[in-house]
Design a protein around this ligand. Sequence first.
Ligand code: SF4
Ligand code: SF4
Length: 390
Amino acid sequence: MRRRYIKQLNMSLSPLGFGVMRVAQNADGSFPPEVYSLLAEALEKGINYFDTAWPYLRGRSETLVRDALVRKYGRDRFHIADKLPVWDCGDRKDMDRVFDAQLERLSVEYVDFYLLHGLHHRRWIDIYDKGALDFLEEKRREGRIRKVGFSMHDTVETLKIIESAYNWDFAQLQINYHDWIAQRAKESYEYLAERNIPCIVMEPVGGGRLSKLPPEAAKLLNGLRPNESEASWALRFVGALPNVAVTLSGMATREQLEDNIATFGTIQPMSKRESDALKEVTKIIQSKNPIPCTACRYCVDDCPKGVDIPQIFQRYNDCKLFERSDRLDVQYFVFVPDGKRADSCVSCGKCVKKCPQNIDIPQKLKMIHDEAVGTAKGMEDSRLRESGGV
Ligand code: SF4
Ligand code: SF4
């Protein structure tokens, strides 16, 4: 993969970055051998940007990067992006403590890119008041952070507030063709571009949702480019934006790695016809009203009742997007284990604080549970009618 020189950063970066958050993980937290070879293969094929974070992979993502890359290859062969878990920092001392632990987990002297992780308006005010900018400035001065940035999932109004507070080197935003229109991502992208701040893109495939489209949407894209995957459309859309320095993809398999590398090998800008097709696809997705969960799993660890929130949302979305709403009861009652379903939720709200997508999780869980119960009852009633029981 050819690197591109990013003038504002004075660095040559692969346009595709490896998001180390979706690889396979064993139940005991360890990783299968193929995960190590996947990361090594990504590096060998030219990817030189690896994105990790404190909570990813149940806190094992940084040590995975250490074992798969740092200990095997020269430190100058790749760039590491890591992030401060702002929600876990009660004060400035916590920031120092976490940062030191991250360098130790990674077994490195410095990180190339360091971000305040998952900001939204309330979190920004909180971490700003606790001295996050002094913390970043100090680490930068000491040479332990090379480039300073933030990731956020909030509106362009919040972006403007954060951006104007510091001399940021870059920002990481959630951009994909669906959110470009539906979530005002275009405005945020353009704001950064006007200020000449390079953009790192996360969730280009919407947490996987844009790699598996409703049939009528998939047909539209296949009609234009029959040999290209649905995910490649999403990656091509963001990869062709001129102010995007790196597009992150949370790759889990060799096939995904190869497909993504092929897409980024020759990024072809969208034609007018193709852009129109993506607008149509967005309309189709919106008409099905899916829950905007990206399966990041940030919400899961804090749930006192062990509700499997992302699994429930994914099963619900699959039913909506693929028009199997009559099967919601099966998807929910058969495949989500008892005790992990929505009826265990006690509406404590802990998960909501962790959700970067601002989903009202307890309310959505209740909605899904009620709908599944209603669907099951409807199926039972019609069975009884057919058998002459009513
Ligand atoms: S609101 Fe419900 S799902 Fe969320 S953490 Fe509390 S119990 Fe778990
Ligand atoms: S509900 Fe929110 S926090 Fe939980 S997996 Fe989905 S996007 Fe992530």
